[in-house]
Design a protein around this ligand. Sequence first.
Ligand SMILES: CCCCCCC/C=C/C(=O)SCCNC(=O)CCNC(=O)[C@H](O)C(C)(C)COP(=O)(O)OP(=O)(O)OC[C@H]1O[C@@H](n2cnc3c(N)ncnc32)[C@H](O)[C@@H]1OP(=O)(O)O
Ligand SMILES: Cc1cc2nc3c(=O)[nH]c(=O)nc-3n(C[C@H](O)[C@H](O)[C@H](O)COP(=O)(O)OP(=O)(O)OC[C@H]3O[C@@H](n4cnc5c(N)ncnc54)[C@H](O)[C@@H]3O)c2cc1C
Length: 615
Amino acid sequence: MGGRVNEDLIKERRKCTFDIKELTHIIDCGEENTIKRKQIDNYILNIKELWDDVPEEYLSHKERYENAIKKAFIVLKVLRQLHTGNIQITDHRTPTNVYSIQDGIFRNVNPLLIHIGLFWSTIAAQASTEQQAEWLQPDSSMIGTYVQTELGHGSFIRGIETTATYDSTTDEFILHTPRLSAYKWWPGGLGNTANACLVMAQLYINGTCHGLHIFLAQIRDFDTHKPLPGIKVGEIGPKMGFNTADNGFLGFDNHRIPRTNMLMKNVQVLRDGTYVKPKHDKLTYGSMLLTRVTLISDLAYQLSKAATIAVRYSAVRRQSPIKSNEPERQILDFVSQQHKLFITIASSHVYRVVGLWMWNSHKRVTADIHEGNMGQLPELHALACCLKAISSRDASALVEQCRLACGGHGYMMASNLPQIYAYTTAAVTYEGEYTVLLLQTARYLVKFWRLAAEHKPLPQNFAYFEDYIKKNFEQWRNSPEGIIEGFKAIVAGKTKAAYDTLQCNLRNGREFEEAWNMASVQLTNASEYSTISRNDIEALQSRYEELLALIRPNAVGLVDAFDIRDEVLCSTLGAYDGRVYERMMEEASKSPLNEDVVNESFHKYIRPVTMKNKL
Ligand SMILES: CCCCCCC/C=C/C(=O)SCCNC(=O)CCNC(=O)[C@H](O)C(C)(C)COP(=O)(O)OP(=O)(O)OC[C@H]1O[C@@H](n2cnc3c(N)ncnc32)[C@H](O)[C@@H]1OP(=O)(O)O
Ligand SMILES: Cc1cc2nc3c(=O)[nH]c(=O)nc-3n(C[C@H](O)[C@H](O)[C@H](O)COP(=O)(O)OP(=O)(O)OC[C@H]3O[C@@H](n4cnc5c(N)ncnc54)[C@H](O)[C@@H]3O)c2cc1C
């Protein structure tokens, strides 16, 4: 859409006091990544078949999938070319959003998300060298997915019922779904797209269960795409979001796969049925750990999209004068609006930085694991659980806050805020449900509290538990260091309270698991435990209001620095030029209900009633 940029946005951009490009480069982790991202964007923007004229909301469930899968394979081809061809990408999984353009292409989810994001990465991390050489061929016919959750078992994966029984006479595993609750349910791309999958199943050898292991199974014929004999597979139906992801169900009726299809890097089953244990029990859960880490950066990016839309709109939208004799003000001038939006910008930066830090920690810990050192794995797991849970919960709450901050227009699908919310809130549940993951972190903290309470040596990271017990915490100081100290006190106090409740439940004769369950609200809830006083809170509040006023002139600059193209934002409210009302009218004109001046339903249903009364 051509035309002038909105006057208010022009003024906002003139007010900005910092170098927007410099911040963009920081966000992209270096100017070279910004250049790379823009190269990819421009390349992909020129592929016409990837860009729709008709908003996907007007398509049926089936049409949406068909449109998305068409695009997914064009994108897959481009990604392969990028890796081998003229634009070199060195580390495509760094969380710098070099592929953020995909959000614009799909406005929803790439049906190959799990194929690219989980299937290949799990093989790369958990298959033996020989298996990788065979399966990770660039011209492989496999389109895969990650099949773990069952109709009856999501969070508690030890309860998974699908079995893989070793048959030494044929050197095969027999995959079986014993009952309805054991049907696999949810995996992305399983419904229609995948012809292969990684299945999490209970391994049985000679009647002994060895727990959960991962197996590669072909489920559809590579040529005809028909389900193989013994496979029942399909799509699970419409969801709140993720509607282009063809999430599916899957049942096995004694389906045989070769023994060598178990992922055997960390654990092996030999030809004679000998089971060779892994070095750590939970290495099989490695893909979940990696995805949790990756998600933090993705959620930061979703926040930056929502903030860009809501801040630009708030600079353009004028509503109510502040003083009665003045013209209507930009809604961005209302301090309550600033409070809603600036926290979103800040949170995006926080989760971007912490996501990158976690990404690097994951790389470091994985390298240690390759050397046989598992020492850092529990801490990484505890951090990943907590940060995945908190970032997804914060991101969905803040995206919703941005939607509300755009008033009624934020409720329009054309604002793209409802879609960003539907996408973001799914992450609270998948890849480890919020409460369940918080309880994993609580389990880790309580272990160290127990050491502190028993005056046993603590690792350096937990020295503050001892400080709390010895009341060594300094008086509250209004400074970044003071805030960190305050947080440490809160963690220590909260852990102590939960631990005390747990002990009390145990003293009252409860079994540990039951005592844990009774303490679980305390284990997941925070309280105030620091030495902060009422005066400190008042000082913090006024500092916060000062900061809102300081950020105000830079608000548009800050979101411009996220450098998200209009084609990715897909929003009538958030485009760079701020021509909100023109875009809204243009989008409305695409509604099929505007195709005919008089809709045929008038003649069929309305007129017979309204005119009958007149006759
Ligand atoms: C690329 C982007 C893609 C985005 C789209 C993603 C689409 C979505 C995909 C999915 O959702 S896939 C399915 C994901 N499912 C889950 O995340 C299930 C969540 N549940 C669990 O992870 C586990 O059941 C549990 C809650 C961690 C409990 O596991 P389990 O019952 O086996 O454990 P316990 O016997 O209680 O032992 C806990 C023990 O194990 C340690 N631990 C647990 N997980 C890990 C891990 N991943 N890595 C390392 N260690 C782990 C934990 O610390 C405990 O240790 P101890 O305290 O006993 O020392
Ligand atoms: C969009 C989407 C995509 C997905 N993609 C995939 C995929 O590709 N592959 C795949 O295998 N799976 C996938 N999943 C499934 C996902 O991993 C599960 O939904 C998730 O792990 C939660 O399990 P559940 O749905 O069974 O919830 P439940 O475990 O039944 O949880 C329901 C409630 O019970 C509570 N609860 C459960 N256990 C405890 C406990 N121990 N203590 C306290 N409270 C508890 C939870 O907090 C929650 O409030 C996807 C899910 C979604 C929504």
